[in-house]
Design a protein around this ligand. Structure first.
Ligand SMILES: Nc1nc2c(ncn2[C@@H]2O[C@H](COP(=O)(O)OP(=O)(O)O)[C@@H](O)[C@H]2O)c(=O)[nH]1
Ligand SMILES: [Mg+2]
Length: 239
């Protein structure tokens, strides 16, 4: 079982989801230092291209990071939160709207693929089939996926699709981070409880990294995003 950071306290406090409660000066300086030393400049995430079919996938020879998860889980919102730019990715109120793979360039050091969500879709049956096919085909044909960020809504039990996706990643040995989204919607105590519940349903690998984040929380010390950014940056540097 992976180590989940469970040092979470009450909603509305200044404490982040993932980090220990250290409010001394040293820690503040450490946080600042980490931000300065981040290899990826997240402010430099920019839109790269939209792919409606496998033949359109980019052939850049740089690491590829993939955002996967159910429709509406918060994939596009996470892109915007990482880049601190609400206009980067289109956030939709309607589940299942994005039926393309949207690529972002991460400071010239990696590319980030925002996949069509799996699971429910209000699109027509034909379109819905195409869009899950695009996702399936992506994983079937795409070589050199370096890291998958599997997003799961912290509030709900993982769906069969989530479990299937995780099993797929485990069985093919694809590296992944588990990213639990929308943590601002629960109290910190509820987040902790949900993480414990998730660990029963989901077969994390020993070394899986687990993050609890919010894309709408504007205080980066509280959103859990600093930890994710740091880990992502470290991972990309290793590639
Ligand atoms: N409260 C809250 N809402 C979120 C968060 N992330 C996404 N949302 C909302 O969830 C809905 C779907 O988000 P979106 O990013 O389009 O999901 P996607 O389909 O996975 O790309 C939108 O209404 C977002 O505003 C979050 O961290 N907190
Ligand atoms: Mg989206």
């Amino acid at each position: 079982m992976s180590s989940i950071f469970l040092t979470i306290t009450g909603k509305g406090t200044d404490k982040p989801y993932n980090e220990p409660d250290k409010t001394d000066k040293t820690d503040k300086f450490n946080i600042l230092n980490r931000v300065i030393n981040m290899a990826i400049n997240y402010g430099k995430i920019k839109y790269l291209k939209t792919c409606a079919a496998i033949k359109d996938l980019p052939d850049e020879d740089i690491p590829e990071i993939v955002l996967a998860g159910r429709s509406n889980v918060g994939k596009s919102s996470l892109v915007n939160a990482l880049g601190s730019n609400k206009k980067l990715a289109r956030v939709s109120q309607t589940p299942g709207k994005t039926q393309q793979i949207i690529y972002f360039d991460m400071d010239g050091q990696a590319i980030l693929a925002d996949l069509p969500g799996y699971g429910f879709s209000k699109a027509s049956k034909t379109k819905s089939k195409d869009f899950s096919e695009l996702c399936d085909n992506y994983f079937r044909v795409r070589k050199g996926i370096d890291l998958v960020l599997l997003l799961i809504d912290i509030r709900h039990e993982p769906s069969n699709d989530d479990i299937g996706m995780l099993n797929f990643l485990n069985s093919f040995g694809l590296p992944y981070f588990l990213v639990f989204t929308k943590c601002d919607k629960l109290s910190a105590q509820q987040v902790r409880k949900q993480l414990q519940m998730m660990s029963k349903y989901l077969d994390f690998t020993e070394d899986a990294r687990v993050f609890a984040v919010s894309s709408t929380e504007t205080n980066p010390q509280k959103s859990g995003l600093n930890d994710l950014k740091k880990a992502l940056s470290d991972e990309i540097c290793k590639l």
